[in-house]
Design a protein around this ligand. Structure first.
Ligand code: ZN
Length: 298
């Protein structure tokens, strides 16, 4: 059974040994304490590569026959190069896969390294954990921004969080600056910009109590997700959509399904389904490993 190492790189590095698509042993972190959340932001690229190397070696332990190493990170990734990394701008243009493979080799570990967009890695992790490696999986992560990942691997770009779901000129709250984007409606940051006097939690609470402005927004929030999902169905076909991230707590599934029914009318496209899943580091680490295994086989 192939032994793999999966790594995620976000506010911290997390690495684990993955055997038979399951996590074996503990995760290895950097920084070890979450208090030190800016440790990576301030680190130059060479330091990040060394840190990744350390954690991969720790995860591999005594195991030297590692079939592949996968690193999931936020940003646009093409052929092992990070073309855009919003959270770690120093990585833009860095050939991380090549540099990490070379550094690992210096430490006696010869394995192909591949990079995967973290949202796509999460989708691969969900596919592995749910036994759906032969299915089309899409996942929305509903948090500070809106992430969109898909599995299986395909060449291309899908910045699903920036799907245009409104023609309204006043819809300009997206972090990317684009108008009418789903993230500009649903993202936590965007909601705070829209409701300067209320936190998102208070908005959804007030909607429950019938506050007209908040109820309108709750409907808009669900319509935006329905529209982005419907667009994905019309472009790529029906299938399973997972919903994760800390703001799935605001989700009213019957409301979402109602809007979906209004937006997807062609009967061959109606075999889609929606399910909430837990977003956790373990799934993301497994997904990065599985993505690397599949990349090594291509
Ligand atoms: Zn945007």
């Amino acid at each position: 059974m192939a032994k793999l190492v999966g790594v995620t790189l976000s506010e911290r590095v997390s690495a684990g040994l993955v055997v038979d698509h399951k996590l074996t042993g503990p995760l290895h972190y950097f920084p070890e304490s979450l208090d030190d959340e800016y440790a990576l932001v301030e680190m130059p690229t060479e330091g990040i590569v060394r840190t990744l190397c350390d954690r991969v070696l720790a995860a591999a332990g005594e195991e030297k026959a590692i079939a592949a190493v996968g690193v999931g990170l936020p940003g646009l990734i093409k052929n092992g190069v990070i073309e855009e990394a919003p959270n770690l701008p120093q990585l833009k243009g860095a050939r991380i896969a090549e540099q990490l493979a070379a550094t690992l080799l210096e430490h006696g570990l010869a394995a192909p390294v591949s990079l995967v967009n973290d949202a796509d890695g999460f989708a691969a992790g969900i596919a592995a954990v749910h036994g759906k490696l032969d299915s089309l999986i899409r996942v929305w992560t509903i948090g500070i921004g809106i992430g969109y990942g898909r599995y299986p691997f395909a060449e291309g770009t899908w910045e699903g969080g920036h799907t245009v779901v409104s023609m309204d000129e006043k819809e300009h709250f997206c972090g990317c600056g684009g108008r009418g984007h789903v993230e500009g409606i649903m993202g936590h940051r965007s909601m705070r910009l829209r409701f300067l006097d209320m936190e998102p939690e208070e908005v959804f609470e007030a909607a429950k109590k019938g506050d007209a402005r908040c109820l309108d927004f709750k409907r808009l929030w669900h319509k935006a997700l329905a529209a982005a999902t419907a667009n994905s169905i019309h472009m790529t076909g029906p299938g399973k959509f997972y919903l994760a991230g800390f703001n799935v707590r605001f989700l009213d599934m019957p409301m979402l399904k109602d809007y979906m029914q209004q937006m997807v009318k062609m009967s061959p496209l109606q075999s889609y389904s929606l399910e909430v899943v837990q977003d956790d580091t373990q799934t993301r680490v497994i997904g990065a490993a599985v993505s690397a295994e599949q990349a090594a086989g291509r």
